[in-house]
Structures are given as structure tokens and as C-alpha cells.
Design a protein. Structure first.
Length: 276
């Protein structure tokens, strides 16, 4: 399991260890002092080699603007097709879980037409969304998803989203600047070099880095990840999904840039949000 998945999973495990028995957490909005409470909502199904599990820290009370922004993000992360009342988080989760279950059951039945039952492994999909970082001005949630459909290997995805507490605005590339500058390209290149260096016994030169990259871009002009960077205690995380920029065996290439090094590439709005 590679760095980004480990970073996100480690955060989720830390959150889980610190949860109270009530599964509720309190977040203070820095502008209104309203308390945003979240409650753990779950869905679990395990029958006839098909398994679906969802676990979400769902916003319930407090600052309405932030709460609604988070709820919309959670729905979008699960598929974005639910058109019911997001105030009923369990109903929303059940809606997506039933879709996932139906898709896995259909895939299972189709494979049974070509394979004997003993040659079919379990099918599963799991999704977890948890709070992983918070300051008085921002909050970050991370999403971890795993799926297996009897193939050569499963797939896993992980990404985060940071929100400004006062109004629910998402930290995204619109809060960044100079993204096409040589400096930003250098940060990406060196961040990926560091990631792949951990897999090599030799210093990672440009040719070795190029061998690890799946893109037509020159390694001096590598693309930003599809998912936006997100904020953690150590800095801003840039994370790629499996196959996005490298081979499956490379996992989810990722790196962290300190807030100090990111400062030239952040708008004034972002700097205020990050307190730098």
C-alpha cells in the first residue's frame, strides 16, 4: 500500500481511535461559534460473495452553510445522483449503497455464466469518508475507496477536500496561482522524484524518473493531479490515483509540500485561510 493511501488511512485510523462512544464529534466554526456535530453513519451488506460497506462522518447540526457544503461533497463523492433531502444522511447513504450492491450482484451473476462458482472470489466495495485535519479556519475530509470484482487485483482510490469553515468554500486550484510556472513544475517533479526514490536503492535521476511516469509530458512539465490538493498538518498534499501518472504497482504517487514552499503558488485568499 503506497504513500497517499497510507497517509489517508493513517489519518482515518487516528480518528477512529479517538472517537467517543457516541460516534459524535464537535467542530467549532471560527466565525459564528456554532458547533457542527457529525455522526457516524454506516451501511453494511455481506451475502453470496457480495459485500458493500460505507462509513461516513456525516454533518448534522451547526453552521448551515458549512454543513450543507459538506453534505453536497459527500453525495458527490458517492456518485452525485441522489436528489433527495440531504438532511437525511442515512437515506442518502442507503441510496448509493443499493446502487453499489446492484452493480456488484450483476457483475457476479455475469461472471457465473463463464466461470464455475469455485473460481469466483468475493466481490466488494468499501467507502470511508472521515475528518482528518482541522484548524480554526479550515477542515479537511478524506475519502478512501476500495473495490474488487474478481480481477487480477482490486483497485483503491484516495483523495481529500479542504473547506473554509466560514462559508464552506472548497480549497481548489482557483485558490492557487502560478500553476504553469517553472517553480510549480519543479515542485511536482521533485515531489514525484522523492516518492519513487523510496522504491529504489539508487538515487533517482531524470531517466529513472521518466521510466516510472505514464504520460506524454516531458518530466519537466508534469501535470497536476486530477483531484485538487488538500491541506494536512504537514502541508499540502498532491496525490495521483492508480494509473493516473504511473503503473498500478506504483500505487497512488503523492507528496507533501510545506506551506512555506507553497506560499508563492497560493492566492491571498488561500494564505488567509491557511494563516500564512
Amino acid at each position: 500500500m503506497k504513500k497517499l493511501f497510507i497517509i489517508i488511512l493513517g489519518c482515518l485510523l487516528t480518528v477512529g481511535c479517538n472517537q467517543k462512544a457516541s460516534n459524535e464529534k464537535t467542530i467549532i466554526n471560527e466565525k459564528t461559534n456554532e458547533k457542527l456535530t457529525t455522526k457516524e453513519l454506516t451501511y453494511a451488506y455481506d451475502q453470496d460473495k457480495v459485500e458493500v460497506n460505507i462509513k461516513i462522518a456525516y454533518p448534522e447540526g451547526g453552521n448551515e452553510i458549512l454543513r450543507n457544503a459538506l453534505r453536497e461533497f459527500f453525495s458527490e463523492s458517492l456518485g452525485g445522483s441522489y436528489d433527495g433531502d440531504l438532511a437525511d444522511g442515512q437515506k442518502m447513504i442507503d441510496f448509493y449503497a443499493e446502487q453499489m450492491k446492484a452493480e456488484l450482484i450483476k457483475e457476479h451473476e455475469e461472471q457465473k455464466q463463464d466461470l464455475s462458482e469455485e473460481n469466483i472470489s468475493g466481490f466488494y466495495k468499501t467507502v470511508s469518508i472521515e475528518k482528518t485535519y482541522e484548524t480554526d479556519k479550515l477542515i479537511t475530509f478524506t475519502v478512501v475507496e476500495e473495490i474488487y470484482t474478481n480481477g487480477a487485483h482490486g483497485m483503491h482510490y484516495g483523495y481529500g477536500q479542504t473547506f473554509r469553515k466560514s462559508d464552506g468554500r472548497r480549497f481548489n486550484t482557483d485558490m492557487m496561482c502560478n500553476l504553469t510556472s517553472d517553480g510549480m513544475h519543479t515542485l511536482i517533479k521533485e515531489g514525484l522524484r522523492e516518492y519513487f526514490s523510496e522504491m529504489s536503492d539508487e538515487p533517482m535521476n531524470d531517466e529513472m524518473l521518466k521510466d516510472n511516469i505514464l504520460t506524454d509530458n516531458d518530466i519537466d512539465y508534469l501535470p497536476m493531479p486530477v483531484y485538487p490538493p488538500f491541506v494536512t498538518e504537514d502541508g499540502i498534499v498532491f496525490g495521483y490515483q492508480p494509473y493516473e501518472i504511473s503503473f498500478y504497482a506504483a500505487g497512488m504517487p503523492s507528496f507533501v509540500v510545506s506551506l512555506n514552499d507553497m506560499k508563492p503558488y497560493l492566492t491571498n485568499t488561500a494564505r488567509k485561510m491557511l494563516g500564512i
